[in-house]
Structure formats: C-alpha cells, structure tokens
Ligand binder design. Sequence first.
Ligand code: MN
Length: 241
Amino acid sequence: MKRSRPRIGITATTGGSTSPNSRRYADAVAAAGGEPVWLEPADVLRDQDPGSVLARVDALLLGGGEDIDPRHYGETILPDAGVKIDAPRDTAELLIARAALAEEMPILGICRGIQTLNVAAGGSLHQDLTLLGLAPDAHVQDRRTPAWKPAHPVAVEGGSRVASQLGGPAEVNSFHHQAVKDVAPGFVVTARAPDGVIETIEHPARPFVMGVQWHPERMVDHHPGQRKLFEALVAAARHRK
Ligand code: MN
C-alpha cells in the first residue's frame, strides 16, 4: 500500500528528539507533507543493520548538534579548536549516512548534518573557523536575537539545487564554528558566505543529496524560500518510494 506522506528519518542526539530545537525539524518536515520519524543513536545501532533502519523511511534528514570527532576524517583534535564530541551520534550517523548514500536515498544535511554528510562521503572539516583567522562570532550569531533572523548572505551557484530552492541570493542564519574543508568526492560547493566559508554542498549525480550549513527549520515561518528545502526533500522521498 502506498503511503501518502513519505517518511523522513530525522537524526538527533540521545534524548534530543523532544527538545524544542529538534521539534522545529519535525514541524518543517510535516508542513512540507512528510511524516517525521526520529532516529536517535540507539534506534540506529540497536541491531547494527542500517539497512533495516532505512527500510522504515523514504529519506534521511541529518540534524544539527555537536561536533564530529576529527578522527573520522583523519585528524586529531587541535588544541584551540573548542571541539565538542558526541561519540554515539558519530557512530550512528556515519553508519546510517553511508548506507543512505549507497542506497541513493534522498538526504538533507542541516548544520552538523552537512558536516556529517561530507565526512560520511570522505570529506573533511575545518575544526574551528577562528583558526582560519575569522572572528569567534563570524558564524555564531547572537543568541539574544531570534533564530529566524539572517546573520549573513550566501552567494549561490546558478543552476544549482539550492539556487532553484532559494530563488537566488539569500540571507541565512548561522550557528556554527566549523565548516566543510575538503569537499567529499562526487560533491560540489553550491553556496558560500562572503568570507568564503562553504554553506551548501550538493551531489549533482543523485536525485537529492545536499547539505546546508544554516538552520532553515528555524527560518521557515518568516522566510518562505527556506520551506522549499523541506518540500524538495519530501518530493524526492515521495518520488523514491
Ligand atoms: Mn554561516
């Protein structure tokens, strides 16, 4: 029987699926016509079979959170990088992301999620943007301002997926101290901040595999263009199932 609402697996940290910030992912997915299915680390690791987890969903949304352990991209933690690790989540998400890539499942990575996607596919990260000479608050907006408020513009590549979704140049919020460094094989950069920091990557050969460094789920109420990211993910999931 065909389900009318495609199921979107959303990753979160242990116990994180009930947090207010996490609820925004589920709300954005539901508003776009999808059925959110939370995937905490234990849900993924229970039977050590990512295929059985992916069989329950039609697309994967890799959510935001703490930093990925640099050992997953062949580095050790740099002394001044301020890296915070969530090891169970690294294990679960890299497993599920690699399986989803192998199955050519639609994937949207958000914030930590673009980083998870890039590392899962063989790329690396800047451990801390301050080590590039950027100010500590260059991509970490003031928490006292509403999370839907843009913090910086992004220049998007013409003809890219993100360009068609956002409809041209856009402004985005920013809550990250890391970013994509070496782009994973098969992926291309499709948006950058004015300082050159990578804000989106896409896999042009796949139906829908992309990551964004900002938090569109916190912008959808005030910026309709940001809803298109979730609508495109749900459309790709519907097409697949
Ligand atoms: Mn940013």
